[in-house]
Design a protein around this ligand. Structure first.
Ligand code: BMA
Length: 832
């Protein structure tokens, strides 16, 4: 096998009715992988669609047709040689031609395409991919098949293109077209490895093994021969023969010395190179290599006293899932590099996450993504890309979905990180509750068969080692109308009442078995906003149309303000509002996680909506489109820490929850006080506690701790070892917090600056918004609450020279106090 990439020398031309005059007939160089949008952007022919309202100005691209052309300089096939032209991903509706020959038509970006060009290569040179508007195609399909409801206006359910291509409540409507993954020519003789699926397991005697399923394609140009498949892993080599009339083999390799692969926080992630070689006895024909890990995975769904659990077990051990939902990390997918993914996944790991759910409105991610997760012990739950819509089960959609599922299930088998396949996002829920049932005509299909028949059938065929869930949310073991799919007592649950309607304290009103979506919005970091939506006149406003262009949620700002009012009030000043909404986002999500973790093992996981953004936007994300960590990121790191101490409610009273997500017991003397904001201790409790490994202990509070004399100026403070937690008796907005509680000193360091703060009075959520001074600056900690007398040092990494005075006050150094307390004088800053 010999492969050569065809990535250089392509030209792109926009065609069709909607193309602006200035672009007509223009040939634009396009680097592959690349799409319409990146090509025009790189050539300076369109303005950055992530800035201002530029997104609107490129809407014409949705109706354009695109010609990708390359002159192929390749020799003709040798005798006995097969030549394939392989596209790893075409976005989306396209016709591929070599010279005058139509190689094929495509309509699914979630799969690859392989064309036999044995007789053409070297004779025909003009390779052309004509991509037509996916939107127009989808509309025609809707016309042909009959409309099916969706949470979004465009018919994203009529074409196999990334659902959020067409806009989402956190994403732009930029419908790319192009060659979004690799393109190459493969030359081979006799036979090639058409598929390799390693499926791992652990034998009853404890020995790990891998069963390598190999499919070969024979050229048909030579006398069929017996082939040998040689596999090597963990120092052990095994062979199998494929007889001339056969095309598959299964090679089983036991690896008694191999160590098990564990998720982050539960053990190491040993990875073993698995090599597969195909020979005809003499010469090597093809080879394949990936790193695998040995582990088992199952979901415990055995009904119990509370309903139906949904507990992930790795190597037989239950794991509390500390997760986040993942969306494509850049809407323009071809810009997502290995390094960008590594940075994002490091941020996930550093926030103490152990799982990412690749959400169904996005894509099957790249090999880089899963390999980086394998290395870090980040578990992956992969949705099939079906989201928030009813999907027709007619052709060609059904065959396309099956083809993409087959390809991606097989492609992802090597990755130990991949532990759950899920049949889609909120499709079953939508059918039942969002009025779809009522509008679907007669026996119109809506995708139930995909979730309950097609996808499980394909998985059973290709990869029975990984658990499958019908949908998120779903109630396992129950048919459609037997049990509501979002019933918190059964299986997975999405909690969206809080964001849409209720105060975040309502998270505590239910004890879900597994919460796979919940979240709260907040704006991006200031530097990210500055780049994307800075008002020309410098007058920032939350109602500014440009700012609002980057707020895609229905009544997003109204919901932000509703969420703020009861806790921090609604600041009038934009800079205050920006900080308050970021803080409230962090607090809302932390509140939910603390509640969920305190209910382990009844609640077995939390997957916050959402880790990342795909452009600059106000959203539920913890890391914004400029790759900057929002306060929520720091809140996740605290709330997902291996050892968590938090005040939660039990039977209507506050109690201290000690959550130990390590294997070792957590012991010490807990000191719980009721103290004034000024630091006067009014009541004290000392208790020797031991929390067993992977368990939770609740310390109930005696009346003298839980009953304040003046609830407005007292707090409960619990301390155990280096852990500390503080809970007020009233909301901040009602508390007598000092507006300016800190003494601050700033010292330059080799890395940047250290800012040391000391609280004269209780200081809530001390945070340095350092990107206001240097867009590249980062700080090691945030949201630090300091009882009177305590201090903390924040380490700022920056290469810039910063104004030290600016580091010591607003709008950079912030607290909850400065939103609700009396502030002597407001620091005026050029930054707003
Ligand atoms: C969930 C997700 C997304 C959406 C989010 C916020 O339902 O699955 O569809 O972006 O809510 O509304």
């Amino acid at each position: 096998m010999h492969a050569r990439d065809l990535h250089d020398g392509w030209l792109l031309r926009a065609e069709g009715g909607s193309v602006p005059e200035r672009l007509r007939g223009l040939d634009v160089p396009v680097a592959i992988p690349g799409t319409s949008h990146t090509a025009l952007l790189d050539a300076g022919l369109i303005a950055d669609p992530y800035v201002g309202t530029n997104e609107r100005d490129v809407a014409w691209m949705h109706r354009a047709d695109w010609r990708f052309a390359l002159e192929v300089d390749q020799p003709p096939a040798e005798p006995h040689e097969r030549v394939h032209l392989v596209f790893d991903g075409i976005d989306t509706v396209a016709t591929v031609r070599l010279g005058r020959h139509v190689l094929g038509h495509t309509r699914n970006m979630h799969r690859s395409h392989r064309f036999d060009v044995t007789g053409l290569i070297g004779h025909e040179r003009d390779l052309v991919v004509d991509v037509s508007a996916a939107l127009t195609y989808a509309e025609a399909e809707r016309q042909r098949l009959g409309a099916r409801p969706s949470a979004y206006a465009h018919p994203l359910n009529m074409v196999r293109k990334m659902a959020c291509s067409f806009g989402w409540d956190w994403g732009p409507d930029l419908q790319t077209a192009g060659l979004w993954r690799g393109v190459r020519v493969e030359r081979w003789r006799l036979a090639r490895l058409a598929g390799v699926r390693p499926l791992v397991g652990i034998r009853p005697d404890g020995v790990p093994y891998v069963r390598v399923h190999v499919d070969v394609e024979r050229s048909g140009l030579e006398e069929p021969a017996a082939l040998t498949v040689r596999t090597r892993v963990a120092g052990i080599e095994r062979e199998a023969t494929i007889l001339p009339e056969a095309s598959t083999a299964v090679v089983e390799v036991a690896a008694p010395d191999a160590e098990l692969w564990w998720p982050a926080g539960h053990g190491d992630q040993p990875l073993y190179p698995l090599e597969v070689e195909l020979t005809d006895g003499a010469a090597s024909l093809d080879s394949w290599q990936r790193r695998i890990g040995f582990r088992t995975v199952e979901i415990d769904e055995t009904p119990d006293a509370h309903g139906t659990p949904w507990t992930l077990r790795l190597n037989g051990r239950p794991v509390f899932v500390k997760g986040a939902n993942w969306i494509p990390d850049d809407h323009l997918l071809t810009r997502i590099t290995h390094d960008r993914l590594a940075r994002r996944l490091d941020q996930a790991l550093d926030a103490n996450l152990n799982l990412l759910r690749v959400w169904g409105g996005g894509i099957y991610e790249s090999r880089d993504f899963y390999e980086l997760c394998d290395e870090r012990g980040l578990l992956v739950w992969q949705d099939f890309p079906l989201a928030c819509s009813a999907y027709p089960e007619e052709e060609p959609l059904a065959s396309e979905l099956e083809a993409e599922a087959r390809e991606n299930i097989a492609r992802l088998t090597p990755h130990p990180s991949l532990v759950v396949w899920n049949g889609g996002n909120e499709n079953i829920w939508g059918y039942l509750d969002w009025g779809w049932r009522e509008v679907l005509e007669g026996d119109a299909t809506w995708g139930y068969g995909y979730a309950t028949e097609l996808l499980p059938r394909v998985l059973a065929d290709l990869d029975p080692t990984r658990p499958y869930s019908w949908n998120s949310p779903s109630s396992p073991g129950f048919a459609l109308t037997e049990r509501h799919p979002n019933d918190p007592d059964h299986g997975t649950h999405h909690q969206w009442e809080v964001w849409n309607r209720l105060d975040y304290t309502a998270y505590a009103s239910e004890i879900p078995r597994f919460c796979s979506e919940f979240g709260f919005q907040g704006p991006p970091a200031w530097a990210t906003l500055e780049r994307a939506v800075a008002p020309a006149d410098g007058r920032w406003s939350k109602t500014d149309p440009v700012f609002m262009w980057h707020q895609k949620a229905e009544q997003g700002n109204e919901k932000l303000d509703r969420g703020l009012a009861a806790h921090l009030g609604i600041p009038a000043d934009f800079a205050d509002w920006h900080w308050a909404t970021q803080l409230n986002q962090a607090r809302a999500v932390a509140f939910a996680i603390e509640h969920y973790r305190s209910w382990w093992p009844r609640t077995a996981g939390a997957i916050v909506w959402q880790l990342n953004d795909c452009w600059p936007v106000t959203s539920w994300a913890a890391i914004d489109g400029g790759e900057r960590r929002k306060p929520l990121w720091y809140a996740l790191r605290q709330a997902y820490a291996d050892r968590l101490m938090a005040v939660v409610a039990r039977d209507g009273q506050p109690a201290v929850a000690l959550v130990n997500d390590t294997d070792e017991p957590w012991s010490g003397t807990i000191r719980i006080t009721r103290e004034t904001f000024a630091g006067d201790v009014r009541a004290e409790l000392l208790d020797d506690v031991t929390v067993g490994g992977r368990s939770v202990r609740l310390v109930t509070l005696p009346p003298e701790i839980r009953t304040p004399e003046d609830g407005r100026s007292e707090a409960i403070v619990a301390r155990l070892g280096t852990e500390r937690t503080v809970r007020l008796f009233v909301e901040d907005v009602d508390a007598a917090l000092a507006g300016d509680p800190l003494d601050v000193s700033v010292a330059p360091t080799s890395a940047g600056y250290d800012v040391t703060v000391r609280a004269r009075s209780l200081a809530r959520d001390v945070t340095l918004l350092v990107d206001r001074l240097d867009p590249a600056a980062v700080v090691d900690d945030a949201l630090v609450t300091l009882p009177a007398g305590e201090s903390a040092t924040f380490r700022i990494h920056t290469g810039a020279v910063l104004d030290e005075a600016a580091l010591a006050g607003r709008p950079v150094l912030r607290t909850a106090n400065d939103l609700v307390g009396r502030v002597p004088e407001r620091t005026v800053s050029a930054l707003g």
